[in-house]
Design a protein around this ligand. Structure first.
Ligand code: PGA
Length: 260
């Protein structure tokens, strides 16, 4: 099943929570979502150990979409400590983050591997949430557009338009992730329009419907301006996704901004 709404607010819990806190956070999100069916898709990406519990809580109604934070590019095999896409599918996980800057930076995940992960996810019917974005030096030197275009072409260039139509893309300027710095609404709007144009070059008109999310220190205080960007279709939220009320406020803001 794919995300039903084009406006998406996704929470990336990274390596945070334990069983008790994950349980409580999931309960709060699922209860809110059941009471507030709306036009925003809520996606939650807990750590691997809590995915099964998360899928069970989200239930078959699919009001909350459960995503993994990573997967392996091979189907299965002798890869100690890794998690394969068929495993995720078999427990009902519907989506997976790929190409997050933390994985690029700390685990050497480069575009060729990312491209293979995306292919594997699509093969098994999981929706890839593909992250791209420039670092601080690339922003300051003015090379950021080229950098992001290059990431997109290398990771997505081997896909046919029908595959690109199944993606969610997240623009996450690395200098804004977990730093408290955020792109201004103008910077976000500009990059989202740029990414949309790149996607359309690769895939034609179907790329107009691909949700492009903003990520990087997004919180209720700055989300309204960012979400107003024409080509901003919601957010990928890290730190602010760990507190139910804050995350739900971001869902509400996205709903309010995108209704008009
Ligand atoms: P942040 O993380 O909201 O904590 O900056 C965003 C992300 O890395 O997806």
């Amino acid at each position: 099943m794919e995300m039903s709404a084009r406006t998406i607010v996704a929470g990336n819990w990274k390596m945070h929570t334990e069983a008790g806190t994950a349980n409580a956070l999931l309960d709060a999100l699922v209860a809110w979502s059941a009471a507030n069916p709306g036009h925003v898709s809520m996606v939650v990406a807990p750590p691997f150990p809590f995915l099964g519990m998360a899928v069970e809580k989200a239930g078959s109604a699919g009001s909350v979409i459960i995503a993994a934070q990573n997967c392996h590019q091979e189907e299965q095999g002798a890869f100690t400590g890794e998690v394969g896409v068929p495993m995720l599918r078999s427990i009902g996980v519907q989506a997976c983050i790929v190409g997050h800057s933390e994985r690029r930076q700390y685990y050497g995940e480069h575009d060729a591997i990312i491209a293979r992960k995306i292919k594997m996810l699509l093969k098994h019917g999981l929706q890839p949430i593909y992250c791209c974005g420039e670092n601080r030096e690339e922003r300051e030197s003015g090379r950021f557009r080229e950098v992001v275009a290059d990431q997109i072409r290398k990771a997505l260039g081997g896909l046919v338009p029908a595959e690109i139509a199944k993606l969610v893309v997240a623009y996450e300027p690395v200098w804004a992730i977990g730093t408290g710095l955020t792109a201004t609404p103008e910077q976000a709007a500009e990059m989202h329009a740029f990414i949309r144009a790149e996607l359309c070059q690769l895939a034609g008109g179907v790329a107009k419907e691909v949700p492009v999310l903003y990520g990087g220190s997004c919180k209720p205080e700055n989300a309204t301006g960012i979400f107003r960007g024409d080509e901003v279709n919601g957010g990928l939220i890290g730190g602010a996704a760990l507190v139910a009320d804050t995350f739900l406020e971001l869902v509400r803001i996205a709903g309010a901004v995108k209704q008009h």
